[in-house]
Each structure stands twice: as structure tokens, then as C-alpha cells.
Design a protein around this ligand. Structure first.
Ligand code: AMP
Length: 289
């Protein structure tokens, strides 16, 4: 595995790969790797000749009161894990190289951001698309891999790639979970023992919603109410949001139909956890607006 920190070194390496016609699978991450990230890498490994992973804690996507400074980092361990997962090129740039000065052009995401994390984390997705635009230009991937755990991110990135004609296929990979259902996340290390015990109720509440939908429930407000109740009654966390939308458009629905996302965000003492499910809902036979 080739570990690269300098932009120019990456350019030279990528130029060579492009000249030889290799397909490139790209996995952008913020590091502190876990099985979720490694599953994306394995997926990339299966379908591309070369796998590039980046590790970059992007300051632009953190708000002033968010956890940029204390975001967990362990480059040595990450390097070993990336190597074991079949990554060919691990790109770990410095903030000063990615953002050498004030940006002369800034990016604003206009669609799919007035809901879910976008509403709560102002400017977050502007930072995400800014760094991804830089990384996409540098890595020139054939395919880029993103986790469904950050489903709004996938929806926004699909918009980026489509609006700006990036010749990149975006692959959404299902959320990887702990045995008890908790979505794997770098931030899980910040849960206290008690919080860790009750954190699986996020996914459990989503599973309960799935069950109700299978039984015929089609009311978004009934489901969000039920999910909120389960989380409130069983965890010490504070609900940030429980929302239901069409996916990937992220539009409000009066009744559930088509591809939908049910998403939750819960603030614990030191960690904010998110989770979601995406379901294809059959239209109601006897329901007319
Ligand atoms: P991050 O390092 O948190 O920015 O995540 C990097 C990529 O890994 C993103 O595309 C995430 O959606 C994805 N990812 C993070 N956690 C998981 C998970 N539990 N399952 C699948 N993908 C994940």
C-alpha cells in the first residue's frame, strides 16, 4: 500500500494509473476506521482495479460548536486497517495543503439540505461538497463509495455529481452494525457505558417502524411519534430529530409511498448519533387523496 500525504505525489500516481486505463474505486473517510469504512473499501476492492482511500478530518464541515478538535484520530492504526482491507493508495493530506488560504470560490448546497442533519448543522454539507470536489478532482475515481448511515450525504453527493458532470458512479453501501444493531460510528467511543447499552434503541425504534409499515401503517406522523416515544422511554439521549421523507429527494410526504427514509438523530452527553432506514413502500390499494 502506498501512503501519500502530498497532493503532488498523489497527482503523479493517479496520472500514471489513468494512463494505463485502470478503474479506480474511491472511499473518502475521516479516519478512526471501523468495519463500516472497511466494508466500503472491500466493496471498492471487488469492483475496481485500484482502491484509493482518503483520511481527512475536514474542518469545513464542522460547525464552531462541533467536535472537530476532539474528533477521534489514530493514523497508525488506520494505516494498518486500510492495508489489511486491500487499499492500494491511502491519501492523508494536511489541512494546510487542502485549504492553503481563504477559498476564492465557495460552494452552497441548495437542495436536500433543509431537512435532517442539514437543517441542524448549518454549512455542514457545503463543507462536504467542497472537500469532495477537491478529492474527486485529485483522485479521478471511476466509482466512489458512501455509507447509507449518512444517507443525506449520499443524496447530496448524487446532486453534486449530477450537477457538475463528474464522471463518477456513486455507490451507496448498507449500514454496518454492531451485533446489537447499533450503527458503527467513529463517535461511538464517546458513549458512556450506560449510553452504549441503550443506544441500540435507535435502530430498534426504526425496526419497529418498518414492522408497522409492513402491517399497513402509512402515516408519517404516527411513525415519528412512535419512534420518539421508544427513544425517549428507553434512552437518556435528547432527540434532535425524527423525520420521514421521500428518498433521495428528501421531500415531505403526507402518506408513505415509494422509496422513503426514516431517520433519527439523538444527542447523548458526548456524542450525537444518527441512524436511518430506507424502505420501498407499496401504494395503499384503497387510499386516495
Ligand atoms: P466518516 O469517516 O464518518 O466520514 O465516514 C466515511 C464513510 O464511511 C462515509 O461514506 C460513511 O457513510 C461511511 N460509514 C460510516 N459509518 C458507516 C457504517 N456503520 N456503515 C456503512 N458505512 C459507514
Amino acid at each position: 500500500m502506498n501512503v501519500i500525504s502530498k497532493i503532488n505525489d498523489l497527482r503523479v500516481t493517479i496520472d500514471h494509473l489513468k494512463n494505463t486505463g485502470k478503474t479506480i474505486g474511491f472511499v473518502p473517510t475521516m479516519g478512526f476506521l471501523h468495519e463500516g469504512h472497511l466494508t466500503l473499501a472491500k466493496e471498492a476492492r471487488t469492483n475496481n482495479e485500484v482502491v484509493v482511500m482518503s483520511i481527512f478530518v475536514n474542518p469545513l464541515q464542522f460547525g464552531p460548536n462541533e467536535d472537530f478538535d476532539r474528533y477521534p484520530r489514530d493514523v497508525e492504526r488506520d494505516t494498518e486497517l486500510a492495508r489489511m482491507s486491500g487499499v492500494d493508495i491511502l491519501f492523508i493530506p494536511d489541512v494546510a495543503d487542502m485549504y492553503p488560504g481563504k477559498q476564492s470560490i465557495t460552494m452552497n448546497v441548495e437542495e436536500r439540505v433543509d431537512v435532517l442533519c442539514g437543517r441542524k448543522r448549518e454549512g455542514h454539507f457545503d463543507g462536504v461538497v467542497t472537500v469532495l470536489t477537491k478529492l474527486f478532482h485529485l483522485v479521478q475515481p471511476t466509482r466512489a463509495y458512501f455509507g447509507q448511515k449518512d444517507a443525506q450525504q449520499v443524496a447530496v453527493v448524487e446532486g453534486l455529481v449530477s450537477d457538475y458532470f463528474f464522471p463518477i458512479e456513486i455507490i451507496r453501501v448498507p449500514t454496518v452494525r454492531e451485533e446489537d444493531g447499533l450503527a458503527k460510528s467513529s463517535r461511538n467511543v464517546y458513549l458512556s457505558q450506560d449510553e452504549r447499552q441503550v443506544a441500540p434503541f435507535l435502530y430498534e425504534s426504526l425496526q419497529e417502524a418498518r414492522k408497522r409499515i409492513e402491517e399497513g401503517e402509512r402515516s408519517p406522523s404516527f411513525l415519528t411519534g412512535m419512534i420518539s416515544k421508544i427513544i425517549q422511554e428507553n434512552t437518556s439521549g435528547t432527540i434532535d430529530y425524527v423525520e420521514v421523507y421521500s428518498y433521495p429527494e428528501l421531500r415531505e410526504l403526507k402518506r408513505l409511498e415509494g422509496d422513503i427514509i426514516i431517520a433519527v438523530a439523538v444527542q447523548f452527553q458526548q456524542a450525537r448519533l444518527i441512524d436511518n432506514i430506507i424502505i420501498s413502500v407499496q401504494p395503499e390499494e384503497d387510499y386516495y387523496v
